[in-house]
Design a protein around this ligand. Structure first.
Ligand code: AMP
Length: 565
């Protein structure tokens, strides 16, 4: 297949906003795609060259792309940067620049889709010294052969920003439409084998029956079961005939797969984080007694001195770390809290009730104090007892409880009603002032985004940074109450004090009310605290910067939240 076929379809998808039209465009393309290259086309349509869970990554940032474009077309890097600043999209830049260059190279061979795919995959294989140059050559080779439109989409694919508005749901429906199978069967199969490339092939070759046969496999992640929010502990308990409350640990989801002496760890986002946690693997070697199993749990970073859980950032340092892994694993040890088991010695356990799975889990996991344990659990429907347990969880520095239906199956990929309900304290919102922001790129070019929030130091009158907000602001207005990026940009523009690169300093004038999930300690912000997942509730036109919340209030909420009052 010519790459131009794909590029034409990308263009159609980009210019349509309707979900149904997009689904139809992809369906039509998949129908006429030869089976041999179907998986590759599906991956490329989702802007990928590897399944979501692969450890491979292209590792090409804007800077290297600018160099590659410069090399391919013999254009000065400064000129490319100048164009880039106008649109924030190197895809558009390359399309424009290559149009002016193309006359001289007309007549070159047409680019093949497989050649593009191969070069893209090869990019990820380049490591060590000289790897940047080799990556640049692989990109430049494609760009010199590409027509302007093709060049645009190659650049965007390499940068991981395809911008054609094709989410997973559209791929799911398109696969179903193309091969005459139900979207549900496609999705359920994808939960157990999260790679639409593979799923499309199964749908085409083996139909609905084939999809139903897709099974969980050791060494490949699944899309995990998630919890729904409960308004209160009372509500949660009354939802199930037989409830088990468990500590809601504030760490990272870790699904540990074991096959003989081989181990894997996957996150809920399907990342393979095995290499970053050799210490966890060693513990599992000793603790997991089955020949083959998949156990589900939460990994917590632990403070070596106090034995208490550390904030999520510490764990995230461990997840991201690519070097000196042994060293950091001594500095930030991990404690595993297993709460489920979904596979044991050749048998998937999804259909067993939680009550039975928990028994099997207890048989499979040998607890090792401070290193691995079963999630703390209390089986009761009594509000008083559960409330005591809830307070204990908060006191221990955890987020709250997850109340589980002991009779429920494990349903991958869903926030299923009737499964897990999370109960967390609701934290009061804060009134904060915006003191900085960043100019957006791509779709958000011309708008401010990533707003820096500040609280007040009542002693000095200074404004202290306490977080960065990007959610709650809308791209489009759907109700009159919505605040869009455009609105907020217009509100803030008159108060811009200075600009450096794409960063903007803003005079503290505009106050907003902010909700958030949690407050964490933070060395990077001048207040010493960071709001986790801050979300805009409204602009407080009625309030000036003098009225905003003081640092003490953040400190107080931080203490309450951790149950350390
Ligand atoms: P949330 O991220 O707020 O939707 O909550 C769901 C997450 O809580 C899961 O993905 C797990 O990572 C985490 N979690 C912590 N403790 C438990 C537990 N005992 N059972 C299930 N999930 C838990």
């Amino acid at each position: 297949m010519k790459y131009s076929v794909l590029a034409d379809n990308y263009e159609k998808l980009e210019s349509t906003s309707g979900k149904i039209e997009k689904t139809n465009i992809i369906s039509k393309l998949l129908k006429k795609t030869p089976t041999k290259i179907l998986s590759k086309v599906v991956l490329l349509l989702s802007g990928k060259v590897f399944p979501a869970w692969s450890e491979e990554e292209l590792g090409v940032a804007n800077q290297l792309m600018i160099k590659s474009i410069s090399k391919a077309y013999g254009i000065n890097e400064k000129e490319i940067v100048k164009e880039f600043k106008k649109t924030g999209d190197l895809g558009l830049v390359v399309e424009k620049l290559s149009k002016s260059k193309k006359q001289t190279t007309l007549g070159t061979r047409e680019l093949d889709m497989e050649k593009v795919f191969e070069n893209l995959q090869l990019i990820s294989k380049q490591t060590g010294s000289g790897s940047q140059d080799r990556k640049m050559n692989l990109i430049a080779e494609l760009l010199t052969q590409a027509k302007p439109k093709e060049a645009k989409y190659i650049v965007r694919t390499v940068l991981g920003q395809l911008r054609i508005g094709v989410a997973e749901g559209i791929i799911r429906d398109a696969v179903a439409g193309a091969f005459n199978v139900s979207a549900k069967a496609v999705e359920n199969a994808w939960f157990l084998n999260p790679d639409y490339g593979e799923i499309a092939k199964i749908a085409k070759e083996k139909g609905e029956k084939g999809l139903k046969k897709v099974k969980v496999e050791i060494g490949r992640p699944i899309v995990v079961l998630l919890a729904e929010k409960a308004p209160s502990l009372k509500d949660a308990l009354s939802s199930f005939d037989e409830s088990a409350s468990e500590y809601k640990y504030d760490g990272a989801r870790m699904l540990v797969h074991k096959k003989d002496d081989k181990f894997w760890i996957f996150t809920r986002r399907l990342e393979n984080i095995t290499k970053a946690f050799p210490d966890v693997i060693e513990v599992c070697k000793e603790s997991l007694k089955a020949k083959e199993c998949i156990v589900d749990g939460e990994g917590l970073a632990i403070d070596k001195k106090t034995g208490k859980p550390l904030p999520f950032q510490s764990l995230s340092q461990r997840i991201k770390r690519k070097y000196d892994i042994r060293k950091i694993s001594k500095e930030i040890p991990i404690e595993l809290n297993f709460f489920d088991i979904i596979y044991l010695n050749g048998k998937p356990l999804f259909d067993l009730p939680l009550k039975q799975r928990r028994k099997l889990l207890a048989k499979t996991v040998k607890e090792m104090p401070g290193k691995v344990q079963l999630a703390k659990q209390l089986v009761t429907n009594d509000l008083k007892k559960a409330d005591k347990f809830y307070k204990r969880a908060l006191k221990a520095g955890q987020e709250g409880l997850i109340v589980k239906n002991l009779q429920a199956k494990y349903q991958p990929g869903r926030r299923v009603a009737g499964g897990w309900l999370k109960v967390k304290p609701v934290l009061e919102s804060l009134d904060l002032v915006i003191i900085g922001a960043t100019w957006g790129t791509g779709k958000r070019a011309g708008w401010l985004g990533s707003f820096i929030l500040a609280c007040r130091d009542p002693n000095t009158g200074d404004f202290l940074e306490c977080g960065m907000l990007g959610t709650g602001v809308k791209e489009k207005k759907s109700t009159s109450k919505d605040i869009t990026f455009k609105d907020l940009t217009e509100i803030l523009k008159p108060h811009i004090e200075s600009e450096k690169g794409n960063k903007v300093k803003i005079k503290p004038k505009i106050v907003i009310e902010v909700a958030y999930e949690e407050i964490q300690k933070s060395p990077t912000y001048s207040s010493g605290y960071a709001l986790r997942f801050p979300r805009l509730l409204r602009v407080r036109w009625d309030m000036g910067p003098a009225g905003i919340d003081a640092l003490e209030r953040i400190e107080r909420i931080f203490k309450i939240q951790k149950g350390r009052k």
